[in-house]
Design a protein around this ligand. Structure first.
Ligand code: DGL
Length: 264
């Protein structure tokens, strides 16, 4: 069984990809809805939250983990890998590889969008450099998370349009070949991001992580042949999670249970 987690609803964009890529895989999803956002917190706090999230998933019997959170992947992945004896995939490597490939066939420019903690970590830049891409601009977009969680995602909604303008208008004339959506909430804002960057390819970090996870699971014969069942756990607000989840998952979510994450 695959364990997937995020600070809230964002990781469900990766679950949507997982359900397409590995329809028979069973999974457990944990959204830390009581402690979102992670992206404005210290590295120490992000690590300690991520450790608790993974301890909970391990207690459910998972045998692989997808950290479907850019903030965790860029600040806590090494800590998690050193602490748990199962393969753990984050959202950085796959997205960097894909964006570098796109840039190679273009003007060589990549824009990284992420939470403040993700951008501060420099992890996407490092991974892009490793893949031969050196022309990287990064922008922290903290307000994108509440916009996505509250359903403000279209160019016809003034809060979404104006907040995106604030973050993206200053970098729009750099015309990046690819934009890494370095936070798993951001695919919901694709329409407004493309409005300001119409010629850039959007790279979903969650989707690329799922394709990396799929390759890893197939080659290690793990976790792919179940009944395609998903269970959802949150640390608070079962009702509001269930209500908003379909926008991220593109499918209704039932079977949501609350967990006392502080006890893990
Ligand atoms: N989904 C999380 C990420 O990918 C961001 C949300 C947060 O700030 O907690 O970084």
């Amino acid at each position: 069984m695959i364990g997937i987690f995020d600070s809230g609803l964002g990781g469900l964009t990766a679950v949507a990809e997982l359900r397409k890529a590995l329809p028979n895989a069973d999974y457990v999803y944990f959204g830390d809805t009581a402690r979102i956002p992670y992206g404005t917190r210290s590295v120490e706090t992000i690590r300690s939250y991520a450790l608790q999230d993974c301890r909970f998933l391990m207690s459910m019997g998972v045998t692989s983990i997808l950290a479907a959170c850019g903030t965790v992947s860029t600040n806590a992945l090494d800590t998690l890998r050193a602490s748990f004896n199962v393969p753990i995939v984050g959202v950085v490597e796959g997205a960097a590889k894909k964006a570098a490939q796109i840039a190679k066939n273009g003007r060589g420019k990549v824009l990284v969008l992420g939470t403040p903690a993700t951008i501060k970590s420099g992890a996407f830049e490092k991974a892009l450099n490793k893949n031969g891409c050196r022309d990287v601009i990064s922008v922290a977009c903290p307000m994108f998370v509440p916009l996505a969680e509250n359903g403000y995602t279209s160019v016809n909604q003034i809060p979404a349009l104006e907040i995106a303008r604030e973050y993206l208008a200053p970098v729009a004339d750099t015309c990046p070949d690819a934009v890494i959506l370095g936070c798993t909430h951001y695919p919901l804002l694709s329409e407004v991001i493309s409005y300001f960057l119409p010629h850039s390819a959007l790279v979903s970090s969650g989707a690329e992580a799922v394709s990396e996870l799929k390759d890893m699971l197939i080659s290690s014969h793990r976790d792919i042949n179940g009944g395609g069942k998903g269970k959802y756990y949150v640390s608070d607000g079962v009702e509001s999670f269930s209500k908003s989840a379909h926008r991220f998952l593109q499918a209704p979510v039932s079977d949501v249970t609350v967990v006392d994450i502080n006890s893990y």
